[in-house]
Design a binder for this molecule. Structure first.
Ligand SMILES: [Zn+2]
Length: 242
Protein backbone atom coordinates (compact mmCIF):
# COMPACT_ATOMS: atom_id res chain seq x y z
CA UNK A 1 0.00 0.00 0.00
CA UNK A 2 1.22 3.48 -0.81
CA UNK A 3 1.18 5.63 2.29
CA UNK A 4 1.21 9.36 1.67
CA UNK A 5 2.93 11.81 3.87
CA UNK A 6 1.84 15.40 3.59
CA UNK A 7 5.18 16.81 4.60
CA UNK A 8 5.43 19.19 7.51
CA UNK A 9 9.19 19.30 7.39
CA UNK A 10 11.00 22.41 6.33
CA UNK A 11 13.73 22.65 3.71
CA UNK A 12 16.87 24.67 3.42
CA UNK A 13 15.67 26.55 0.33
CA UNK A 14 12.80 28.13 2.25
CA UNK A 15 14.89 29.21 5.22
CA UNK A 16 13.86 26.20 7.29
CA UNK A 17 10.17 27.02 7.25
CA UNK A 18 7.43 25.64 5.06
CA UNK A 19 3.73 26.35 4.99
CA UNK A 20 2.02 23.92 7.36
CA UNK A 21 -0.02 21.05 5.94
CA UNK A 22 0.51 22.05 2.34
CA UNK A 23 3.74 20.39 1.27
CA UNK A 24 3.99 17.18 -0.70
CA UNK A 25 7.73 16.62 -1.06
CA UNK A 26 9.37 13.66 0.63
CA UNK A 27 12.62 15.28 1.85
CA UNK A 28 14.20 16.07 4.22
CA UNK A 29 13.08 13.47 6.73
CA UNK A 30 11.73 14.36 10.15
CA UNK A 31 14.98 13.05 11.60
CA UNK A 32 17.02 15.47 9.49
CA UNK A 33 14.62 18.30 10.22
CA UNK A 34 14.79 17.61 13.96
CA UNK A 35 18.59 17.53 13.81
CA UNK A 36 18.50 21.01 12.21
CA UNK A 37 16.04 22.23 14.86
CA UNK A 38 18.20 21.26 17.85
CA UNK A 39 21.07 23.33 16.40
CA UNK A 40 18.84 26.24 15.41
CA UNK A 41 19.45 29.77 16.62
CA UNK A 42 16.02 30.94 15.43
CA UNK A 43 13.25 29.56 17.61
CA UNK A 44 10.33 31.76 16.72
CA UNK A 45 6.87 30.14 16.70
CA UNK A 46 4.61 31.33 13.90
CA UNK A 47 0.97 30.51 13.34
CA UNK A 48 1.20 29.51 9.68
CA UNK A 49 4.67 28.00 9.45
CA UNK A 50 6.25 24.96 10.95
CA UNK A 51 9.62 26.12 12.14
CA UNK A 52 12.45 24.78 14.26
CA UNK A 53 10.66 25.66 17.51
CA UNK A 54 7.62 23.58 16.51
CA UNK A 55 9.86 20.52 16.21
CA UNK A 56 11.35 21.01 19.65
CA UNK A 57 7.96 21.68 21.24
CA UNK A 58 6.35 18.64 19.58
CA UNK A 59 9.26 16.39 20.61
CA UNK A 60 8.89 17.47 24.23
CA UNK A 61 5.16 16.78 24.53
CA UNK A 62 4.15 14.49 27.40
CA UNK A 63 1.67 11.69 26.83
CA UNK A 64 -0.95 13.72 28.64
CA UNK A 65 -0.37 16.80 26.50
CA UNK A 66 -0.38 14.72 23.31
CA UNK A 67 -3.58 13.01 24.45
CA UNK A 68 -5.22 16.40 25.00
CA UNK A 69 -4.19 17.45 21.47
CA UNK A 70 -5.68 14.20 20.13
CA UNK A 71 -8.96 14.97 21.91
CA UNK A 72 -8.95 18.41 20.29
CA UNK A 73 -8.24 16.82 16.90
CA UNK A 74 -11.15 14.43 17.34
CA UNK A 75 -13.54 17.23 18.12
CA UNK A 76 -12.30 19.09 15.01
CA UNK A 77 -13.00 15.93 13.04
CA UNK A 78 -16.50 15.58 14.54
CA UNK A 79 -17.44 19.07 13.35
CA UNK A 80 -15.75 18.56 9.96
CA UNK A 81 -17.68 15.31 9.49
CA UNK A 82 -20.95 17.08 10.32
CA UNK A 83 -20.10 19.53 7.52
CA UNK A 84 -19.72 16.60 5.13
CA UNK A 85 -15.94 16.10 5.28
CA UNK A 86 -14.81 12.55 4.48
CA UNK A 87 -11.73 10.60 5.40
CA UNK A 88 -10.05 9.92 2.07
CA UNK A 89 -9.53 6.27 1.24
CA UNK A 90 -6.99 4.86 -1.13
CA UNK A 91 -8.41 3.31 -4.27
CA UNK A 92 -8.97 -0.44 -4.14
CA UNK A 93 -7.80 -2.78 -6.89
CA UNK A 94 -11.40 -3.15 -7.97
CA UNK A 95 -11.83 0.64 -8.34
CA UNK A 96 -8.61 0.84 -10.37
CA UNK A 97 -9.75 -2.01 -12.64
CA UNK A 98 -13.17 -0.41 -13.07
CA UNK A 99 -11.73 2.97 -14.06
CA UNK A 100 -9.16 1.33 -16.37
CA UNK A 101 -12.06 -0.39 -18.12
CA UNK A 102 -13.92 2.92 -18.50
CA UNK A 103 -10.81 4.62 -19.91
CA UNK A 104 -10.33 1.78 -22.41
CA UNK A 105 -13.98 2.07 -23.47
CA UNK A 106 -13.69 5.87 -23.89
CA UNK A 107 -10.63 5.36 -26.06
CA UNK A 108 -12.46 2.65 -28.03
CA UNK A 109 -9.63 0.23 -27.30
CA UNK A 110 -10.35 -3.45 -27.83
CA UNK A 111 -8.93 -4.48 -24.47
CA UNK A 112 -7.65 -2.98 -21.20
CA UNK A 113 -3.89 -2.54 -21.34
CA UNK A 114 -1.27 -1.75 -18.70
CA UNK A 115 -1.32 1.89 -19.91
CA UNK A 116 -5.05 2.13 -19.09
CA UNK A 117 -4.43 0.68 -15.64
CA UNK A 118 -1.56 3.10 -15.05
CA UNK A 119 -3.73 6.06 -16.13
CA UNK A 120 -6.53 4.89 -13.82
CA UNK A 121 -4.13 4.44 -10.91
CA UNK A 122 -2.71 7.92 -11.45
CA UNK A 123 -6.13 9.57 -11.70
CA UNK A 124 -7.38 7.91 -8.51
CA UNK A 125 -4.12 8.71 -6.75
CA UNK A 126 -4.46 12.40 -7.66
CA UNK A 127 -8.03 12.39 -6.37
CA UNK A 128 -6.88 10.79 -3.12
CA UNK A 129 -4.14 13.37 -2.58
CA UNK A 130 -6.55 16.25 -3.32
CA UNK A 131 -9.06 14.87 -0.80
CA UNK A 132 -6.31 14.36 1.74
CA UNK A 133 -5.25 18.00 1.42
CA UNK A 134 -8.87 19.09 1.86
CA UNK A 135 -9.18 17.00 5.03
CA UNK A 136 -5.91 18.40 6.34
CA UNK A 137 -7.26 21.92 5.90
CA UNK A 138 -10.33 21.06 8.00
CA UNK A 139 -8.23 19.55 10.81
CA UNK A 140 -6.06 22.33 12.15
CA UNK A 141 -4.55 20.27 14.97
CA UNK A 142 -3.53 17.46 12.62
CA UNK A 143 -0.10 18.83 11.54
CA UNK A 144 1.22 19.23 15.11
CA UNK A 145 -0.24 15.93 16.25
CA UNK A 146 1.27 14.13 13.30
CA UNK A 147 4.58 15.89 13.86
CA UNK A 148 4.71 14.59 17.44
CA UNK A 149 3.98 11.05 16.23
CA UNK A 150 6.64 11.26 13.54
CA UNK A 151 9.21 12.64 15.94
CA UNK A 152 8.37 9.99 18.50
CA UNK A 153 8.86 7.25 15.89
CA UNK A 154 12.16 8.78 14.84
CA UNK A 155 13.42 9.25 18.39
CA UNK A 156 12.37 5.67 19.20
CA UNK A 157 14.70 4.54 16.41
CA UNK A 158 11.89 3.62 14.00
CA UNK A 159 12.06 6.24 11.26
CA UNK A 160 10.35 3.86 8.83
CA UNK A 161 7.17 4.00 10.96
CA UNK A 162 7.08 7.76 10.46
CA UNK A 163 5.47 7.35 7.04
CA UNK A 164 2.53 5.50 8.59
CA UNK A 165 1.61 8.24 11.05
CA UNK A 166 -0.79 10.22 8.86
CA UNK A 167 -2.65 7.11 7.67
CA UNK A 168 -2.92 5.80 11.25
CA UNK A 169 -4.22 9.14 12.52
CA UNK A 170 -6.90 9.23 9.83
CA UNK A 171 -7.85 5.65 10.69
CA UNK A 172 -8.02 6.55 14.39
CA UNK A 173 -10.39 9.40 13.59
CA UNK A 174 -12.74 7.16 11.63
CA UNK A 175 -12.12 3.43 11.82
CA UNK A 176 -15.58 2.44 10.62
CA UNK A 177 -16.05 0.50 7.39
CA UNK A 178 -16.83 2.93 4.54
CA UNK A 179 -19.10 0.40 2.83
CA UNK A 180 -21.57 -0.28 5.68
CA UNK A 181 -20.62 2.86 7.63
CA UNK A 182 -20.01 0.76 10.74
CA UNK A 183 -23.46 -0.92 10.63
CA UNK A 184 -21.89 -4.39 10.07
CA UNK A 185 -24.78 -5.64 7.92
CA UNK A 186 -25.93 -4.90 4.40
CA UNK A 187 -29.12 -2.91 3.94
CA UNK A 188 -32.21 -4.54 2.48
CA UNK A 189 -32.58 -3.44 -1.15
CA UNK A 190 -34.16 0.02 -1.54
CA UNK A 191 -34.63 0.47 2.22
CA UNK A 192 -32.76 1.82 5.23
CA UNK A 193 -33.33 -1.43 7.13
CA UNK A 194 -30.54 -3.84 7.94
CA UNK A 195 -30.63 -7.26 6.34
CA UNK A 196 -29.24 -10.44 7.88
CA UNK A 197 -26.30 -10.40 5.46
CA UNK A 198 -22.97 -9.27 6.89
CA UNK A 199 -21.09 -6.52 5.06
CA UNK A 200 -18.60 -7.93 2.57
CA UNK A 201 -16.24 -4.98 3.07
CA UNK A 202 -15.53 -5.64 6.77
CA UNK A 203 -16.85 -9.21 7.20
CA UNK A 204 -19.34 -7.91 9.76
CA UNK A 205 -16.91 -6.20 12.12
CA UNK A 206 -18.04 -2.68 11.19
CA UNK A 207 -14.41 -1.53 11.09
CA UNK A 208 -11.56 -1.60 8.61
CA UNK A 209 -8.14 -2.97 9.59
CA UNK A 210 -5.63 -0.32 10.64
CA UNK A 211 -2.97 0.49 8.06
CA UNK A 212 0.54 -0.85 8.53
CA UNK A 213 -0.16 -4.17 10.30
CA UNK A 214 1.55 -4.56 13.68
CA UNK A 215 3.30 -1.18 13.46
CA UNK A 216 -0.03 0.52 12.74
CA UNK A 217 -1.69 -1.31 15.64
CA UNK A 218 1.15 -0.27 17.97
CA UNK A 219 0.69 3.38 16.96
CA UNK A 220 -3.06 3.13 17.53
CA UNK A 221 -2.59 1.72 20.99
CA UNK A 222 -0.14 4.57 21.76
CA UNK A 223 -2.85 7.06 20.70
CA UNK A 224 -5.47 5.38 22.91
CA UNK A 225 -3.04 5.23 25.80
CA UNK A 226 -2.29 8.96 25.53
CA UNK A 227 -5.99 9.87 25.34
CA UNK A 228 -6.68 7.79 28.47
CA UNK A 229 -3.86 9.52 30.33
CA UNK A 230 -5.15 12.95 29.23
CA UNK A 231 -8.68 12.05 30.36
CA UNK A 232 -7.41 10.85 33.74
CA UNK A 233 -5.42 14.04 34.16
CA UNK A 234 -8.45 16.19 33.27
CA UNK A 235 -10.62 14.21 35.72
CA UNK A 236 -7.97 14.56 38.43
CA UNK A 237 -7.82 18.33 37.90
CA UNK A 238 -11.61 18.64 38.06
CA UNK A 239 -11.68 16.50 41.19
CA UNK A 240 -8.93 18.59 42.87
CA UNK A 241 -10.74 21.85 42.02
CA UNK A 242 -14.17 20.58 43.11
ZN1 LIG B 1 -18.66 -3.01 6.51
Amino acid sequence: MVVHRLETSGCAASGGQLKKADQMNETPTTQERYAIAIRSSSLRVQATYQGDADYLIAAGWSKSRFGAALMRLHSEWDSAERRGCQIPRQATRRQIAQLACEIATQQKAGKVTEAHSAAARQRLEEGFVAELKETMRALRTLPEVRLHMELRSTLDGKPEVEQLCCAVLLHWLKPSCPICNGRKFQLKPWTDELSGNVCGGCAGTGQVSPPGGDEGRALLSYLDDCVNIARQSIRARIFCNA
